[in-house]
Design a protein around this ligand. Structure first.
Ligand code: CTP
Ligand code: MG
Length: 211
């Protein structure tokens, strides 16, 4: 097996509002991207990072696309040797090596294995500000990254039009629509996504309490 890490880090981080792209904003002493690189290193033969224009200098950095899925596709295209792809957002710096290992080991013969946490809020479906129905929370999962795939299944799933790629909020949904079977791997809710300045403060506090 050739396990390759794919890190989409090509977003601008508009909601964070830092002076540069989110993946390079300093978090607990180093650029946010570094935390994910450290968690994946040792489990991946190579890690290809999709970055914003102007950040492509180091090896294994490729230009991101206009949407997250297109960034994933660009990075995967740079690793034709990959048989297993570990996709992980730079925006989830709290990922642990242990979680990546569990996703890899649960892949088995399936097309995908993804980190996810059981939903703790009650979730309702609404329209025009009115409740249509209350969903059965016991069946709902809040999905994160890492998302581990058979590389071929992910490549095929990403061969779709830019509109569908832009609408996809994760990679697993594309693999699912292509007929792939994806396993849910229970992850700690602590593996949060840094979106806003408040998330930065929470992430700093968690990382600070780890060492
Ligand atoms: N991403 C990417 N290419 C894009 C858009 C997003 O590689 N065209 C990456 C981001 O860098 C991030 C992950 O996808 O690691 C999840 O996206 P998000 O948290 O939305 O980050 P940003 O798009 O950078 O933030 P914002 O939406 O606030 O601008
Ligand atoms: Mg975004």
């Amino acid at each position: 097996l050739s396990v390759v890490g794919i890190i989409p880090a090509g977003g601008s981080g508009e909601r964070l509002g830092a002076s540069g792209p989110k993946a390079f904003a300093v978090l607990a002493g180093k650029p946010m991207l570094e935390w994910s690189l450290e968690a994946l290193a040792g489990l991946c033969e190579r890690i290809v990072v999709a970055v914003p224009a102007g950040f492509e200098d180091p090896p294994d950095r490729v230009r991101g696309g206009p949407s997250r899925s297109e960034s994933v596709r660009n990075a995967l295209a740079a690793a034709p040797e990959a048989t297993v792809a570990v996709v992980h957002d730079a925006a989830r710096p709290l990922v642990t090596r242990e979680l990546v290992e569990r996703c890899l080991s649960e892949l088995g013969e399936l097309e995908g294995a993804i980190a996810a946490a059981p939903v703790t809020d009650t979730v309702k479906e609404g329209e025009d500000g009115r409740v249509l129905r209350t969903l059965d929370r016991s069946r709902l999962w809040s999905v994160q990254t890492p998302q581990v795939f058979r590389a071929d299944a992910l490549r095929r799933a990403l061969e779709t039009d830019p509109g569908r790629l832009a609408a996809a909020t994760d990679d697993a949904s594309l693999v699912e629509s292509a007929g792939g079977t994806v396993r849910l791997v229970e992850a700690p809710p602590e593996n949060l996504k840094v979106t806003t300045p408040l998330d930065m403060r929470i992430a700093e506090a968690i990382l600070g309490s780890r060492c």
